[in-house]
Design a protein around this ligand. Structure first.
Ligand code: COA
Length: 166
């Protein structure tokens, strides 16, 4: 956590396809706890993203025009804990929304702990308004022309509309 001695660093990994207001909520909470946060686009082998890596990075970057010193956006290939070690991160942040997240998150946290005991997983709860959203449910709604404008930043909403017009 934040200290006056050595700066603390946490990773916030995910697919971010695309970033949502729920992710932004977690990033802001993490920035209250850690000196620096790296939003890390990592590969989930079970997912085939709608947006390219470059598009996803660009959408995240546009959310934080003024916070460059404390917030980095990067991508990691391979094991996340190896990336965490190379960066000197002490924690991996994950958002926990509902009980249904728990099984998967529990497994992920424990395999990461087995692989690297020096990297802790920290779960943060997003604000109640974002408890039910996920990138998939937002893409599903947007693909049927549903209005998701209050669930994602404005530029992400525009990108979704453009993607589904193609
Ligand atoms: N608000 C909104 N949505 C949220 C959220 C929040 N606060 N917190 C989580 N979610 C959603 C995401 O949008 C995502 O939704 P989707 O499934 O519809 O896309 C889902 O919850 C969780 O996905 P995400 O946070 O993107 O993570 P992930 O499960 O896709 O990614 C990795 C997991 C990438 C971190 C993991 O696979 C990984 O570490 N990969 C690297 C290889 C590795 O080290 N594996 C682990 C050891 S074997």
């Amino acid at each position: 956590m934040k200290s006056s001695e050595s700066p603390t660093l946490a990773l916030y990994p995910g697919t971010f396809d695309p970033i949502t207001n729920g992710h932004l909520d977690i990033i802001n909470r993490a920035l209250n706890l850690f000196d620096r946060v790296i939003v890390t686009l990592a590969t989930n082998s079970g997912k085939k993203p709608l947006f390219s890596l470059e598009e996803r990075i660009d959408m995240i970057r546009q959310c934080f025009p003024d916070q460059e010193e404390r917030l980095e956006i990067d991508c990691a290939s391979g094991l996340l804990v190896e990336y965490a070690r190379n960066k000197g991160a002490s924690a991996i942040i994950r958002g926990l929304r509902a009980v249904s997240d728990f099984d998967y998150e529990f497994q992920l946290a424990l395999i990461n702990r087995k692989l690297a005991r020096d990297v802790e997983t920290i779960f943060l709860m997003p604000g109640f308004r974002w408890i039910y959203i996920s990138s998939s449910i937002i893409k599903e709604a947007a693909s049927h022309k549903g209005d998701v404008s209050d669930l994602v930043p404005a530029h992400v909403n525009r990108a979704l509309i453009a993607k589904f017009q193609q």
